[in-house]
Design a binder for this molecule. Structure first.
Ligand code: 5AD
Ligand code: SF4
Length: 443
């Protein structure tokens, strides 16, 4: 092959983003370089997601585009990975409708990717490797980071919660925790490489339980303390947290841990206890609100974001209004809002009373209005405050404008020199909009 370039198109959550960084790291070590134009690359990887709305349609649409690339340049290697590849019905459909796909691998097979592409080249045969479940965690894989000054660090893989709408426990397997010593070693290396902010990743970081070779156990708050002790790291974030596992010990970290940022992503999903029960979430709306109260006691300015699903099977108008009520009471800084859609193989697929599309959309519109109002109010209240901002890079909103994140994970635009990238600077907020802030550098 003339050029040795790759392009990775990533769908979905931060886990997938992190997996793509590992794939990029392995390809870089093999001598490949990144090609920004997908259809020009000699290796194209599509890292798929099965959670987001219309994921299947978008994915098969992308394959339609790649068919034309493959027809023009048959040497291009097309590789598919990510959560969708853990579903047999998707693999079957790819094999029959898109037989020219070169490599399919699962979420538990990332470490074997170099071996798979070598095998295609040598055997001139398609390669499919999808393990149904995780097994041992593979340490020491390379990584090519998207950002110089911030990094994502996996602490757990998989999920044991089996929320009835969710495909993740089936695509990412049972929950496994990395050893704290491996995590800290990785973070020390990142700090030495100039990283100031780490985001600890897991489907439910709160249930992290690291076991060392000597049998000692480390829980999530213990881990946060250890990360606090790493020189060079100035900010710690984590996501995602399941409310049922948000312990007082963890809440206390928001008071005590000097590097832990004042933001929590705490999905509540639905305001009706009846719906929560059928979702198998194992908390009530009252318990959720009391957690927020404790968090705000520990850190009064904590920013809270959430995930909400509308139109879960059997959701009545009354149930839905409880979701709106909870949003009013909780005063979220932002939220990811989802219209319920069936995932094959999940318990909720079999639930009766699936909600008609028009009802789901009407409720969704009302929910988005409430959320946007709450976000705008929260952001407007930031006006005049001076925040510490990690400068991430140039903003798309004009020449000479830089962009960064506040401690509360709010995006802020402000006029500044490019040389400030990677610095933590003081910014006075001059305007709060629905989805972002504007500001100016402050003393
Ligand atoms: N339908 C709609 N939203 C879903 N989510 C997960 N599964 C589904 C589904 N079947 C949402 C949840 C979760 C977020 C990552 O995606 O809100 O927290
Ligand atoms: Fe899915 Fe629930 Fe696990 Fe989150 S906690 S990944 S929603 S099963």
């Amino acid at each position: 092959m003339a050029s040795r370039t790759f392009h990775i198109q990533t769908f979905g959550c931060q886990m997938n983003e992190r997996d793509s960084e590992t794939l990029a790291g392995m390809l870089t070590e093999m001598g490949y370089s990144e090609e920004p134009a997908r259809d020009e690359a000699s290796i194209i990887i599509i890292n798929t997601c099965s959670v987001r709305e219309h994921a299947d349609e978008r994915f098969f649409g992308t394959l339609g585009q790649l068919k034309r690339v493959k027809a023009k340049r048959p040497d291009t290697l097309v590789c598919l990975c990510g959560c969708m590849m853990q579903q047999q019905h998707i693999i079957d459909r790819v094999k029959t409708k898109f037989p020219w796909v070169d490599v399919i691998f699962g979420t538990h097979n990332i470490h074997n990717f170099p071996k798979l592409i070598k095998a295609v080249a040598e055997q001139k045969e398609h390669q499919v490797e999808v393990f149904p479940d995780g097994g041992e965690i593979v340490e020491g894989l390379p990584s090519k980071r998207k950002f110089r000054h911030k990094a994502f660090v996996n602490i757990t893989f998989g999920c044991n919660n089996f929320c009835t709408y969710c495909i993740v426990p089936y695509t990412r397997g049972r929950e496994r925790s990395r050893k704290a010593s491996d995590i800290i070693a990785e973070i020390k290396k990142l700090a030495a490489d100039g990283v100031k902010e780490v985001t600890l990743l897991g489907q439910n970081v709160n249930s992290y339980k690291g076991e060392e070779a000597d049998g000692s156990i480390c829980d999530f708050p213990d881990l946060l303390r250890m990360v606090e002790g790493v020189d060079g790291i100035e900010r710690i974030r984590f996501m995602t947290s399941h409310p049922k596992d948000l312990s007082p010990k963890l809440i206390n970290e928001f008071k005590e841990n000097k590097k832990l940022c004042g933001h929590i992503h705490l999905p509540f999903q639905a305001g009706s206890d009846d719906v929560l029960k059928r979702m198998n979430r194992r908390y009530t709306s009252e318990q959720y609100l009391s957690l927020l109260e404790s968090l705000r006691e520990a850190r009064p300015d904590i920013a809270v974001s959430t995930d909400i699903i509308v139109g879960f099977p059997g959701e009545t108008e009354e149930d839905f209004e409880k979701t709106l009520e909870l949003c009013e009471k909780a005063k979220f800084d932002s939220a990811f809002t989802f219209i319920y859609s069936v995932r094959k193989g999940t318990p909720a697929e079999k639930y009766e009373d699936q909600i008609p599309e028009d009802v789901k959309h009407e409720r969704f519109g009302r929910l988005v209005d409430v959320i946007n109002r709450s976000a705008a109010e929260k952001n407007a209240a930031m006006k005049g405050k001076v925040c510490l901002v990690l400068v991430e890079g140039k903003s798309k909103n004009g020449e000479g404008i830089m962009q960064g994140r506040t401690d509360g994970f709010k995006l802020v635009d402000f006029p500044a020199d490019e040389s400030l990238e990677g610095e933590i600077v003081k910014v006075e907020i001059t305007e709060g909009k629905t989805f972002s802030l504007r500001g100016r550098l402050s003393e």
